[in-house]
Design a protein around this ligand. Sequence first.
Ligand SMILES: *Cc1c(COP(=O)(O)O)cnc(C)c1O
Length: 422
Amino acid sequence: MKRHPLTPTRSPAEKAVGEAVVRPDLIERLAARQAQRARAALLRRLRTVESVDGARIVLDGKVLLNFASNDYLGLAQHPALVEALQRAATQWGIGSTAAHLLGGHREAHAALEEKLARWTGRERALLFSTGYMANLGAMQALLGGDPGAHPLQALCVQDKLNHASLIDAARLCGAQLTRYVHADVASAGRQLATQTDAVALLATDGVFSMDGDVAPLAGLAALCKKQHATLMVDDAHGIGVLGEEGAGSLSEAGVAAQHAPVLMATLGKALGVGGAFVAGSAALIDGLVQFARAHVYTTALPPALAAAASAAVDIARFEGWRRAKLARLIAHFRHGAAERGIDLMASSTPIQPVLIGASKAALDATLALEGEGFFVPAIRPPTVAQGKARLRVVLSARHEEQDVERLLNALARAVGRARSER
Ligand SMILES: *Cc1c(COP(=O)(O)O)cnc(C)c1O
C-alpha cells in the first residue's frame, strides 16, 4: 500500500526498536505540496526572458512592456556600468577567488564600500553577495550567541510585512521573533515592552516590497531610543529612489544615522547590479567582519560587479533627473488610476500594487495583461496574506508616459473583469 507522502503512518515513538524504518520520500513530498499549490492557483512558473531592451522584454517570443523590474532608475543596461564591468574584468578577471578575509577583498570592493558609506552618511559599509545574505549575516552577528556559550536572550521585533529574508534571519539566529501590526509604532512598542531584560533589535523594511508604502521610521527610531532597542532598516527599495541624492528612506524621513544604526540596502534594484551592503559605525562593521557568518564563509562578489556598482552609485546619486522622472510617472499612474476607478494602495513609491483578492482572479488578470503586451506578475500567498493577491505594478525611469497610459487602459479592463467575476 502506498502511503500519502505528507502523512507518516505513526509517530516515531510508536516504532518498535529494531523495526525497519520507512520514511516518507522527500522528493515525493515536494511533488505533493506542488500539486496542492496548483489546485489553489498558487503555482509559480519559472520563465525564461529571451531578451531585454530597457523596459521591454521578450517572453515566449512575445515583446512585453515590463512592469515588474526593480530597475527603478534604469541603470541595469546603462553603458557606463557595462563599461566599468568590462574594464574591471579585463584588469581583474572574473572571480574574486576567495572569501573577503582570505584574499578575495579587492580594491574595487574597498572603493565601493567607501563610496556607499559616504553616500549613506555612515562611517563604514560592508559588502555581501546578496541582500538575503546581508540580512542573515547582520542579524546573526547582532543577535546570535557564541557557539557553545549560554544562548543570548534576544528579542527580534519585526513588522508583519517585512521581507522574508529578515524573518528567516531572525529564525536562523535563534532570537525570539515577534511581529507587530504593519507600520504600527504602538504595536511595536507593546512587543518590545514584553521582555525588557532581553537585548532587542527592531527590524523593518524602509519601503515595503509588496505594498510600496514607507515605514514610520521617525516613530520607530524614537521608540527604539526610549526602549533601548537597536533599529535595523532594510532599504532594498528605498536606496537610490528616496531621500537626498537617493540616499534612501532614512534620509527621506530625516532620521539621523545614530538613531537607525544598522542600515542594509541592496545593489540589485535601483542600482541595477547585484549584491548588497550593511552600513553603519566602524564598531558595527568591524563586528560584522568578525562575526557575520554570511560574510566570512562565502566567496567575495566578483570585483567587476563591485566596479559596476561604483559607477551605478555615481549615476544614482548625481543624476537627479531619474528620480524626478520616476516621480512624474508615479503621479501620472496614480492620477490615471483614480480617473479610471482603479483602487490603489497607499504608496508614493514606484511599487504600485493593484489589490485583486483571490489568487485565481489575480492570475487571470496577469494573463489578460500579458495578452495585451504587458508583464505584470500576480503576487500571491504565501508572499502576501491569504485573500490579498495583487498585481504588483513597478514603475521605472525607463518607462515613458505613453507606456503608463497604455498600461492604465489595459489595467482598467483587467480589473473590471476581475471585479465582475467576483
Ligand atoms: C530584494 C530584497 C531583499 C533581498 O535582496 P537580494 O539582493 O535580492 O537578495 C531583501 N530585502 C528586501 C526588502 C528586498 O526587497
